[in-house]
Design a protein around this ligand. Structure first.
Ligand code: DI6
Ligand code: FE
Length: 400
């Protein structure tokens, strides 16, 4: 067997489900041909040759990390609102007074596509520096046809600018744009009839924010019906600030993921498990909003719900550009085990973006996306706060 590149002598966390846990392989090797994994396992195949051999010297290797829920593309920041929250205002009172998401919408509408790409790259680079090789990016700060498409194009452009895979989600149903504050019907119709059809080819999925101050379950159903009619999978921001049956709604549509879920109940957990919908936990938002309700991790385990972990990087509720910090928060704040949290930024994150066939584990045939760590034990990835143990990153077989 001839490889373009071969990494040998490492401790592999393969995330191969058939192996259980993190699928650890001692003294393991990964052989790559044309950007894909051609061999993975202990030792080496008979009669191998390779153009290049890299010695891992016992280091831990995981699949490249996947940040499966971000709002990386936006203009400006909301540091002023952060200060208001420190003084006692809440996310909801700020939004009701005309701040919140719509203040980012104004800045994002005014920004050029190039400006959006440039500011998103600065945040993306921080994720990549920690071993991320795939990222999901949502629209949702445009809230009109042109601005939503501009955001999606900016998200797609990230893929050409860096060695990373990008999955895009259309989040036109994020909040009501200011010009439709008194005509929500008209805006929902616009999303359904204009924006979703126009986003086909640019968006990999359709997302919505089901919340008391965003969209009702009925409105979300209309958005999801339109997504389905255009062959797009759906995801849902569900049960974050208020319990509204969001998990059940996501499950009913066979959503790839339901995200946040701080206020999901046992029936919601069972519905997610049955539908195979991934629960995406976002501890950065829980932390930054000083939320008191935690996602019901025990119920998720009991029901057999798959759990992913992501940054939710956005200028309002989660100004977090470190996926390893999200991993740390997931174990400290939400009580995930280290294995669950690491599966949450690899295997389950790949499922949440609908790309499990391509990435998220070290298995023959998948993209050769690796994170090589200056660490030997998986727990070290969850343990440090602000220390980055990444040694190198490999995207489709190419070290970077
Ligand atoms: N949930 C969130 O946490 C973000 N969007 C959403 O639907 C918040 C976005 C923001 O505040 O800008
Ligand atoms: Fe979000």
């Amino acid at each position: 067997m001839h490889f373009d590149r071969l990494w040998r002598g490492g401790r592999l966390a393969t995330l191969d489900e058939s192996k259980g846990g993190l699928g650890l392989v001692e003294d393991g090797s990964v052989g790559c041909v044309a950007g894909r994994i051609a061999f993975v396992g202990a030792g080496l195949p008979e009669g191998w040759t390779a153009d290049e051999v890299i010695e891992l010297e016992g280091r831990l290797v995981t699949p490249g990390l996947i940040d499966c829920h971000t709002h990386l593309v936006f203009a400006g920041d909301r540091a002023d609102e952060f200060e208001m929250r420190l003084r006692g205002e809440t996310y909801e009172t700020i939004a009701a007074a005309g701040g919140g998401i719509v203040s980012t919408v104004a800045k994002t509408r005014a920004a050029s596509e190039e400006q959006l790409v440039a500011s998103a790259l600065e945040r993306l680079d921080r994720l990549l520096a920690e071993g991320v090789t795939a990222v999901e990016v949502k629209s949702g700060y445009g809230l009109d046809l042109e601005s939503e498409l501009k955001m999606l194009r900016a998200a797609r452009a990230l893929e050409g600018a860096r060695a990373v895979s990008v999955a895009t989600s259309l989040l036109a149903a994020h909040t009501l744009p200011p010009e439709h504050r008194d005509s929500r019907e008209v805006y929902v119709a616009k999303v359904v009839e204009e924006i979703i059809p126009a986003a086909v080819g640019l968006a990999d999925a359709v997302d919505a924010f089901c919340e008391s101050n965003a969209f009702t379950p009925d409105e979300v159903r209309r958005v999801f019906d339109a997504a389905r009619a255009h062959g797009l999978p759906v995801r849902l921001h569900a049960d974050q600030r208020t319990a509204g049956g969001g998990a059940q709604l996501a499950a009913k549509y066979g959503a790839l993921s339901a995200d946040h879920l701080e206020r999901t109940d046992a029936a919601g957990a069972r519905a997610l498990a049955q539908a195979g919908t991934v629960a995406v936990l976002l501890p950065g938002a829980f932390y930054a909003l000083r939320d008191e309700a935690k996602p019901p991790v025990a119920l998720f385990r009991e029901a057999g719900v798959r759990m992913a972990v992501a940054t939710d990087c956005n200028p309002g509720s989660s100004p977090l550009t470190s996926l390893l910090t999200a991993v740390n928060m997931a174990v400290i704040l939400f009580g995930l085990t280290v294995d669950e949290a690491l599966a949450g930024v690899t295997r389950e994150a790949a499922r949440a973006i609908g790309r499990w066939d391509e990435m998220g584990s070290l298995e023959v045939g998948k993209a050769c996306n690796l994170a090589i760590w200056d660490a030997t034990r998986p727990v070290e990835l969850a343990y440090w706060l602000g220390r980055n143990p990444l040694r190198s990153r490999v995207f489709q077989g190419e070290p970077s």
